[in-house]
Design a protein around this ligand. Structure first.
Ligand code: G3H
Ligand code: 13P
Ligand code: ZN
Length: 309
């Protein structure tokens, strides 16, 4: 049981048909729901913290909660910074004890992204911390209809190879049609798998990362809407597409929206059905249980990662 990097997790997953779940955490109940699921499925996992999460909960609380989760469950957990926007936040997280950081230079020009990533890689590697970077822009496939516009938006395989070679980054987030949040596709869900396969062919030893990979489970969307919510038309990445991605180099699958939906759906239901209750434990508890059920389903049936420990 330890705070570990993702190096060994990815080395094992790289040429197998499973992926490691990377779940965004913001408070104690979310962390507990996720780690209880991972413990029940006997799997490794990544807990990731965004800049927004650091602002909401304060970094020290999140690090201590993750340490407590490791002590409580005996799991190996990688603590990762999600979407670090510059060197400073990556450095802070390395210094705070994170075992993995993401430097997200994807909105910058290619050469600038290389420069930023290289600087973080040098600092982090020196301290035994691994680095994820991103190339390409997360956008739904309907925003990039032809080859030219896809090349301008999605990850260009040849650039991915050059980027990894020049930066020495440990893993690479790719843009193939997923996007963050609960509204991923206006029409039918589709991902650019030809592009993913080409990228994996050119950099077969680099673990790939799929951001925006929530499946937006209809069960929770419907429950939110039934109990006073208003999230019509929410649509995620179908489960079989996540399984396909895991067969073509994707080792890390990022999930936040599904956690938010599961917790909110259950809390909405509880408060609607029991309007006289006002003890937060009474509704945060079921919210935590919903996260556990959802994450167990994800690990077992979508990521295919049960019993890989
Ligand atoms: O990549 C986005 C994640 O869902 C984190 O979201 O910045 O609201 O914490 P956040
Ligand atoms: P979702 O919004 O699909 O959960 O993606 C989360 C993510 O990519 C965090 O980096
Ligand atoms: Zn992301």
């Amino acid at each position: 049981m330890a705070l570990v990097t993702s190096k060994e997790m990815f080395a094992k997953a790289l040429n197998k048909d499973y992926a490691i779940g990377a779940f965004n955490v913001n408070n104690m109940e979310i962390i507990q729901g996720i780690v209880q699921a991972a413990q029940a499925e006997n799997t490794e996992l990544i807990l990731q913290v965004s800049a927004g999460a650091r602002k909401y909960a304060k970094p020290a609380y999140l690090v201590k909660l993750v340490e407590a989760a490791i002590e409580d469950t005996g799991l190996d957990i990688c603590l990762h910074l999600d979407h670090g926007e510059d060197f400073d936040i990556c450095k802070k997280c390395v210094d705070d004890g994170f075992t993995s950081v993401m430097i997200d230079g994807s909105k910058h020009p290619f050469e600038e992204n290389i420069k930023m990533t290289k600087e973080v890689v040098e600092y982090a590697h020196d301290k035994g911390v691994v680095v994820e970077a991103e190339l390409g822009k997360l956008a739904g496939i309907e925003d990039a209809v032809n080859v030219a516009s896809r090349d301008a938006t999605f990850t260009v395989p040849e650039e991915a190879a050059e980027f990894v070679d020049k930066t020495g980054v440990d893993s690479l987030a790719v843009a193939i049609g997923t996007s963050h949040g609960a509204y991923k596709f206006k029409g039918e869900p589709a991902l650019d798998f030809d592009r993913l396969i080409k990228i994996h062919e050119l950099i077969p030893d680099t673990p790939l990362v799929l951001h925006g990979a929530s499946t937006v489970l209809p069960e929770f969307v419907d429950m939110c809407n039934q109990y006073g919510g208003n999230i019509p038309g929410a649509k995620g990445v179908p489960e079989d597409m996540i399984r396909t991605a895991a067969k073509h180099g994707v080792c890390k699958v990022n999930i936040d929206t599904d956690l938010r939906l599961a917790m909110t759906a259950e809390i909405r239901r509880f408060l609607t059905e029991q309007p006289a209750e006002f003890d937060p434990r009474k509704y945060l508890g079921p919210g935590r249980d919903a996260i556990q059920r959802m994450v167990q389903h994800k690990i077992k049936d979508v990521l295919n990662a049960s019993n890989i420990k």
